[in-house]
Design a protein around this ligand. Structure first.
Ligand SMILES: [Mg+2]
Length: 166
């Protein structure tokens, strides 16, 4: 098991089910899963870093990131790998120490480049094929939670989280 220090996630189709809803003023509305949010909290509470890399740009993502205390947010990242390399430099980790979860072809170069590339259950075929880990949950339905739990169990740190609640 590689030592993962930075976990990066796509938004649409991973932290959401991929639906894009628009309000009357044209503002985008997204639905997030509360258990993914708690997973981000668990992850960061262990001193590990979490970030978002998304091809789209919307205020909702900034708001969700702020709510969860996510300091690393790259929106409008249509070509994701250069942003991931930048973030690696900013955080001070190697690509090998990064885990990334995505669902579509935009994510493929990152999934292949990082230490641990993952996909959601309903990710596109090519992404699932390239991923080292595929969640059982589809995007927006606890996939990030599942991936975080997997990483923490593999590194023997899940017990640390559980202890707080027992
Ligand atoms: Mg996506």
């Amino acid at each position: 098991m590689k030592q993962i220090k930075l976990l990066l996630s796509d938004v649409d189709g991973v932290m959401t089910d991929g639906s894009l809803a628009f309000g009357p003023d044209g503002d985008e509305i997204k639905t997030f899963h509360v258990r993914d949010g708690l997973a981000v909290h668990f992850w960061q509470s262990l001193g590990l870093k979490f970030g978002i890399v998304t091809g789209r740009t919307c205020r909702i993502v900034q708001a969700r990131a702020k709510e969860l205390g996510i300091g690393y947010v790259r929106q409008g990242a249509l070509e994701k790998l250069p942003h991931v390399r930048d973030l690696a430099k900013e955080v001070g980790v190697t690509l090998d120490e990064i885990a990334y979860i995505g669902d579509d072809l935009l994510d493929l170069p990152v999934i292949k480049a990082v230490g641990l590339g993952a996909s959601v259950a309903d990710g596109v075929e090519e992404v699932r094929a390239a991923a080292q880990f595929v969640t059982q949950a589809p995007g927006g339905r606890g996939a990030v939670r599942e991936f975080v739990e997997h990483l923490l169990k593999e590194s023997g740190r899940w017990e640390e989280v559980l202890k707080r609640y027992q």
